[in-house]
Design a binder for this molecule. Structure first.
Ligand code: NI
Ligand code: MN
Length: 228
């Protein structure tokens, strides 16, 4: 059983593992990089959210309000969606905690960032995730700067998905530091190219990854997938 990741643009990913179809940080509506709408994605079992910023939660209600998909996020985010969108099926968690899913488990890691809703509400601590499923381990750093404890959570992961957009998160140089620290087999860039302030050349990033680490860089276009 393989895991398949599809880049939906910005920091949104579709993760398919066995019977699980998980969307991470759904931001399709109003996303200039997105190539599909929420209704194009078919059945979704879980929505995983790293923090409350609009570019990570814009479409959460489109998948969770009907009760179809289970929302997994920090406690403050699940409470906010319960209050504002009547979301009933949710698991509120926090840093260091794990949640079981059919194909494996998801652990919430720290992230150095901020987390507030666009109405100013507190959005809890920002996080990243380690997904263990189908015998693979994938680290989604989500929105964060570099921190050396990434190695504690993700050392030797099969894949590290790291932001490279700079300004709001790590840029290319810091992502290389992260890769040298985590030593994943493969690395994928995310959170870039959506708007001019986070424009980056992913091929320049890939050249640097090859030159300065042992990881295999993988550059996807929006809508493309990788299977592990
Ligand atoms: Ni953010
Ligand atoms: Mn963001």
């Amino acid at each position: 059983m393989a895991i398949r990741l599809t880049w939906l643009g910005h920091a949104s990913w579709l993760i398919e593992a066995g019977s699980d179809r998980i969307i991470l940080d759904p931001f399709l509506t109003g996303n200039p990089a997105a190539k599909c709408r929420p209704s194009d994605l078919g059945k979704v079992t879980h929505v995983l959210v790293s923090h409350a910023h609009h570019d990570h939660v814009a479409d959460v209600h489109n998948f969770t309000a009907s009760g179809e998909a289970m929302l997994i996020a920090n406690f403050e985010i699940t409470q906010w969606f319960e209050r504002h969108h009547g979301v009933k099926r949710s698991v509120g968690m926090n840093t260091g905690g794990k949640v079981a899913i059919a194909s494996g488990e998801i652990l919430m890691t720290p992230a150095f960032h901020s987390s507030s809703f666009s109405d100013g509400s507190y959005g809890g601590c920002p996080g990243g995730f380690v997904l263990k499923a189908s015998g693979k381990r994938i680290y989604f750093a989500c929105d964060t700067g570099f921190f050396s404890d990434m190695a504690h959570y993700a050392l030797g992961a099969d894949l590290a998905v790291l932001p490279i957009g700079d300004l709001f998160t790590m840029g290319i140089d810091e992502s290389i530091r992260a890769i040298r620290t985590i030593r994943p087999a493969k690395a994928l860039p995310t959170h870039y190219g959506t708007w001019p302030p986070i424009e980056q050349d992913p091929h320049a990033w890939a050249d640097k990854v090859r030159a300065e680490s042992d990881a295999e860089p993988i550059v996807l276009k929006v809508g493309e997938s990788i299977s592990l």
